[in-house]
Design a protein around this ligand. Structure first.
Ligand SMILES: [Mg+2]
Length: 236
């Protein structure tokens, strides 16, 4: 269950994504994690690489997270599965982080929470390595997304509802900053304000004609992380 610190009802709540929002990973972190997931499945279920890879994708599509499928169908705990898949001793090699991100986070007014579908240990390791942990009031990671005995990760509407209850702030005091449109769409439906972080879309080579416009559920399209300061200033 999500547990976030409650303060004043008038605080703005920044909900900030990790990969490709705070820094550029270009899917490299994800591709290493995916291949570790496949090798775990292959080794533990005694199947070949193709079958294991197919199962990984199948569970991800069916349950929204491969870990959910592995727990439900094969009894592996999140800790065991994610501990193996997210064991990345050399993660720095895949991450490009701008040196001013900490300064921007420190200047944003309001409470800041990291909201990531990755496991908590990975989020903490990355934030600690780049000295960003101190800027966050809390972390909502994969393990914290257990709602009614089911993991509800982004873009689940139930997750946003749970965060809303925990923070006890008004809906439109929540600002979600994320590079994934699906997450912004469900958050907007609930009444959150939405910032589409586009800084790394071109670099990830996933830029297409669709990305040149602003979808109706996106309130602010940020081409760099620095633009959050402009948004914050306008808001005050
Ligand atoms: Mg992301």
């Amino acid at each position: 269950m999500v547990r976030l610190k409650k303060k004043s009802n008038f605080d703005v709540i920044w909900l900030i994504d990790l990969d490709d929002t705070l820094f550029f990973s270009g899917g490299k972190v994800m591709s290493v994690i995916n291949s570790r997931m496949t090798s775990f499945i292959q080794k533990e279920l005694l199947i070949n690489f193709e079958e294991a890879n197919k199962l990984r994708v199948e569970y991800w599509k069916k349950y929204g997270a491969t870990a959910k499928g592995m727990r439900k169908n094969h009894g592996f705990s999140f800790e065991t599965f994610l501990g193996f898949s997210h064991h990345l001793p050399s993660f720095e090699a895949f991450i490009e982080l701008k040196p001013y991100i900490g300064r921007i986070l420190s200047r944003l007014m309001g409470r800041k929470y990291l909201v990531t579908n990755s496991p908590k240990s990975y989020a903490i390791k990355v934030l600690s390595r780049y000295r960003l942990l101190k800027y966050f009031d809390g972390i909502c990671a994969f393990e914290n997304m257990l709602i009614n005995s089911e993991i509800k990760c982004k873009p689940s509407r139930l997750l946003w509802q749970c965060i809303l209850q925990e923070t006890r702030a008004k809906k439109n005091y929540h600002i979600l900053v994320d590079d994934t449109l699906a997450n912004l769409r469900t958050a907007k439906r609930l009444g959150f304000r939405t910032v589409w972080m586009c800084e790394y879309l071109r670099k990830r080579r996933c830029w297409n004609a669709q990305h040149s416009y602003r979808p109706p559920y996106v309130d602010f399209k940020a081409s760099t992380f620095k633009q959050l300061l402009r948004l914050d200033a306008k808001r005050r």
